[in-house]
Design a protein around this ligand. Structure first.
Ligand code: TYM
Length: 329
């Protein structure tokens, strides 16, 4: 039986990239195994964030999880900080990853390249250690993520090999699973950049009114020429829109390209905007209802209990392996 684990960090407003690369797929994993989906709120503290913003973003992600079709009867949904074993395992595992390898992480380099050492918190540097703890606590075999997080799953795998070769088969080896279409959705105003939570113009936010997402798509940067063709190197803007369309329709970008072969850019963009509206319209309606009835609260409370039981067992196994003396009978 597969164990599946993933999470989203409540640092900013969720984007269509988060939706296509990760969120949209989580529900399907409920047919493939035991699913743990959490809100990575401790990770959100690795960059400065207002307390109220963090709380609101966390509520939003909980509601988005439920709106996406995750069913609390078939999976475990929880807030990272409500399972103390994450921080406890982090304290142990930080001794098995090294400064050299952490310094090489792309996310760390992207976020901190323009900061000096007195601005960079220890948390952002040690980010992959906590992420490894998240994954390993649940003996996860599959970690569904977008392309930008694969490197963190890879370093988790390195850690497992290192740890197990010293202590025996204690930790389970996870692998990243990346969606075939849409693992890296690009910014609508600069298709050389990833769509990220911090770029209001180039992003479609899941909370944008549909009229706003339509406008953003209609004014997305396109490429020279007039042909709708999938060619990420020569036509990054059009290829990004084809990818968005294809991902939402569960087809390949090449199939999408065929559909729009005779279209002008404007009509093509209209079709993409419609596909986004068709998908996000009902999703947003479900989200609004969940935010209003606050049903996510009891889900998170129950999730914390269920997750804590599993996490505590793994933590004990690791404590024992490294030699932390147990005082239980
Ligand atoms: P986060 O919150 O940055 O992103 C959540 C998920 O969305 C994916 N994603 C994208 N996919 C396609 N195109 C994009 N433009 C795009 N932007 C983001 C991300 O790859 C991710 O899957 N470190 C994680 C959270 C985390 C986690 C974990 C995930 C903490 N612990 C353990 C899995 C397992 C993060 O910051 O994701």
């Amino acid at each position: 039986m597969e164990r599946i684990l993933s999470g989203i960090k409540p640092t900013g407003e969720l984007t269509l990239g988060n939706y296509i690369g990760a969120l949209r797929h989580f529900k399907d994993f409920q047919n493939r195994g035991d699913v743990y989906i959490f809100i990575a709120d401790l990770h959100a503290l690795t960059m400065p964030i207002e307390a109220e913003t963090l709380r609101n973003n966390s509520r939003d992600i909980a509601a988005f999880y439920l709106a996406s079709g995750l069913d609390p009867k078939r999976c475990t949904i929880f807030l990272q900080h409500t399972v103390p074993a994450h921080a406890e395992l982090n304290a142990i595992l930080q001794n098995y990853l090294y400064m050299g390898e952490l310094k090489r992480m792309t996310q760390f380099k992207d976020k901190c390249s323009k900061m000096n050492d007195n601005q960079i918190g220890l948390g952002i540097f040690a980010y992959p250690v906590l992420m490894a703890a998240d994954i390993l606590l649940y003996d996860a075999t599959i970690v569904p993520v977008g392309e930008d997080q694969v490197q963190h799953v890879e370093i988790t795998r390195d850690l497992v090999h290192r740890f197990n070769s010293r202590y025996g088969e204690v930790l389970v080896l996870p692998r990243a699973e990346v969606t075939k279409v849409g693992a890296r959705i690009m910014s609508l105003c600069d298709p050389s950049k990833k769509m990220s939570k911090s770029d209001p113009k180039g992003d479609i936010f899941l909370k944008d009114p549909l009229s706003v997402s339509r406008k953003k798509i209609m004014s997305a940067v396109t490429d020279s020429g007039s042909e709708v063709r999938f060619d990420p190197a020569a036509k990054p803007g059009i290829s990004n829109l084809l990818t968005i369309y294809a991902a939402l329709k569960d087809i390949t970008p090449q199939e999408a390209e065929k559909r729009f072969a005779k279209f002008r850019y404007g009509d093509f963009k209209k079709a993409v905007a419609e596909a986004v509206e068709e998908e996000l319209g009902p999703f947003k309606a479900r989200y609004e209802k969940i935010i209003a009835d606050r049903s996510y609260i009891s889900v998170l409370r129950d999730g914390a209990k269920k997750a804590s039981l599993v996490a505590a067992k793994t933590l004990r196994r690791v404590q024992k392996a490294v030699g932390l003396l147990s005082v239980d009978e």
